[in-house]
Design a protein around this ligand. Structure first.
Ligand code: ARG
Length: 578
């Protein structure tokens, strides 16, 4: 379909050129899908744009385009509508013969590399709701990019370095509860961290309003310096913190089916930081400012386009941004990607504007994309949030499976226990993921269990059920031996509409690959499932006469395959029976 659209786009342009000359006529005229059935299958509005520069009447140019397109053997007829739109109707036979084309994706990313930086939780803290979204959205983007031919380098930019480790080391030595650490290491590390912050705060309050660091904070800074200088004991502790954190993250990634090629955390770039700052100074990109070093983004009139980005503190310490710049140079140097995508929540937009601007000044030309998403809101009482604490991902997944199990037990009593647990896993995890993926990532998402697990509406369980239902139709067909899926023939208008939907799959996938917005694919799948319901409501399949039955079984199989492919690209599994 996309190839046909591209062909039409050239054909339309060629027709105009042949009539009016090539001056000012682009190589292709935009062809889009018609928004209503009465407008046909495709539409071209090129005449409206070209009429003026060509000094012609729009409807005359439209006629030229319409005649040019009508010559193609996939076209049944063309019509001129309104001020100069060309409506294009495809032959039913062409539509029927190409019903399976949607499953072949174009390899628009072939030969190109993408570095995808996502999930990136902070060590010694449990993953919180923002990292969940980053993980799920990033994973879907990875799958989509791969499906269209990109080589994807999945890199988990762990927060495994920084001032929190000085604090953690002090807290560990003072307050560690070994048994608690044994039971749940990351939880204990979080407790230690919070304890440090609280103790530090009360010490600070007790001392009055002096802005000087508390003795506790001074201790933490000293431990941090020791760590940075390679003190054996502190380095061993730091490694331990990373190890236990990675183990816990790994468990979650496995549950989610998420994999990375690299875990180059912030510490991976330590040795490059001094050189990076040197280079920025030498290139005149960074400058000294009150003992610190920063990059300024000044407009010609002297005002700031963006606030400055600090890259070295007065005390010599480096920052998040310094690491990011070093990482950018490293990634470009090592992989020479055409795109670098970094997935984080909305709060980091300014940081990425600054950091990408530095990248441009360093002469980096690849596409730099901050894939940001809105924070997810959890209404009170959905899961235990324990005052002020972050919501653990594992608790969320456990709860999802528990609730999905309750639904499965009620709705599918015929399943065995093991089957039901599998349904609960696939539906529960699918529901959590789909909830994150189905809305435009930049809009506000409020999570509610009822919505996420509903069998109706735009949810994972709805799509998973649609798939399982079609599979059961196909199984019945195979069992009663009255014929396999065959060729699609003589589609009714409803069947034709269903095929046109099927053919929209590559468009949706390519759009996600370009915009890093997985909800476009989710919307597509939801509409496809709806088109299938409309079809199935008044088109008997198993009871139809043999040729019709074979054709309809083929449509069923194509819808099932497309749903399965599409959900897989979102990282969501399906079940043959539910
Ligand atoms: N660890 C950071 C956080 O939790 C996210 C890192 C994103 N990646 C990057 N290259 N800055 O907020």
């Amino acid at each position: 379909m996309l190839d046909l659209v591209a062909e039409f786009a050239r054909l339309a342009a060629d027709a105009v050129k042949a009539k009016y000359g090539t001056e000012g006529v682009p190589a292709e005229l935009a062809i889009v899908r018609a928004t209503k059935v009465e407008f046909g299958d495709l539409q071209c509005s090129g005449a409206l744009q070209l009429a003026k520069p060509l000094g012609q009447k729009p409807r005359d140019v439209a006629q030229v385009i319409a005649d040019g397109l009508a010559a193609h053997d996939a076209v049944a007829k063309t019509e001129i509508a309104g001020p100069g739109f060309v409506n294009l109707f495809l032959k039913d036979a062409w539509v029927a013969a190409h019903a399976a084309d949607g499953l072949a994706l174009r390899q628009i990313g072939a030969g190109q590399k993408v570095v995808l930086d996502y999930s990136s939780p902070n060590v010694a803290k449990p993953m919180h709701i923002a990292h969940i979204r980053s993980t799920i959205i990033g994973d879907a983007i990875k799958r989509v990019l791969k499906a269209v031919g990109y080589e994807v380098i999945a890199d988990n930019h762990l927060g495994d370095w920084g001032t929190q480790f000085g604090k953690l080391i002090v807290a560990w030595r003072k307050w560690l509860d070994p048994a608690a650490f044994e039971r749940s290491p990351v939880e204990e590390l979080l407790r230690l961290y919070i304890k440090f912050v609280e103790e530090d705060k009360s010490a600070d309050d007790a001392e009055g309003n002096e802005s000087d660091a508390t003795p506790l904070l001074k201790e933490a800074r000293a431990e941090l310096v020791k760590l940075q200088q390679g003190d054996a004991e502190n380095v061993a502790l730091w490694k331990r913190f990373i190890e236990v954190s990675l183990k816990e993250f790994g468990r979650i990634y496995q549950r989610l089916g998420v994999e990375f090629d690299h875990y180059y955390g912030e510490s991976h770039y330590n040795d490059l930081l001094a050189g990076t700052v040197e280079r920025l100074l030498k290139d005149g990109i960074a400058e000294e400012s009150r003992g610190a070093i920063a990059v300024f983004f000044r407009k010609p009139d002297g005002t700031d386009e963006l606030p400055p980005l600090l890259i070295r503190k007065a005390d010599g310490g480096y920052l998040y941004g310094t690491t990011d710049i070093a990482g950018l140079l490293y990634r470009v140097d090592r992989w020479n990607p055409s795109r670098i995508l970094i997935v984080t929540d909305e709060r980091q937009q300014l940081h990425f504007k600054q950091f990408f601007a530095v990248g441009r000044r360093l002469g980096i030309t690849c596409s730099l994309e901050h894939v940001w998403f809105g924070l997810m809101r959890l209404p009170e009482g959905t899961i235990s949030t324990r005052e002020g604490k972050q919501i653990g991902l594992e608790a969320l997944l456990d709860e999802a499976e528990r609730r999905a199990l309750a639904v499965a037990t009620e709705s599918s009593p015929e399943l065995s226990d093991a089957e039901r647990r599998e349904v609960a896993r696939v539906v529960g995890i699918g529901a959590v993921k789909y909830n994150d993926l189905s809305k435009d990532r930049q809009t506000l998402v409020t999570f509610t269990w009822d919505k996420a697990l509903s069998l109706q509406g735009n949810t994972a369980p709805y799509l998973q059920y649609a798939y399982a239902r079609i599979k059961s139709i196909l199984r019945k067909a195979a069992a009663d031996g009255a014929g396999e899926p065959g060729k699609v023939t003589a589609p009714t208008p409803v069947e034709r509409a269903l095929i046109m939907r099927l053919l929209g799959f590559p468009e949706a996938v390519e759009q996600v690959a370009r915009s890093a917005r997985p909800h476009v694919l989710a919307d597509y799948l939801y509409e496809l499932a709806g088109a299938f319901s409309t079809f199935y409501a008044d088109h008997p399949v198993l009871k139809a006469e043999p040729a019709v039955r074979a054709s309809r079984l083929r449509l069923c199989a194509l819808v099932a395959d497309t749903l399965q492919r599409g959900l897989a690209l979102l990282g969501i599994e399906v079940l043959e029976r539910m």
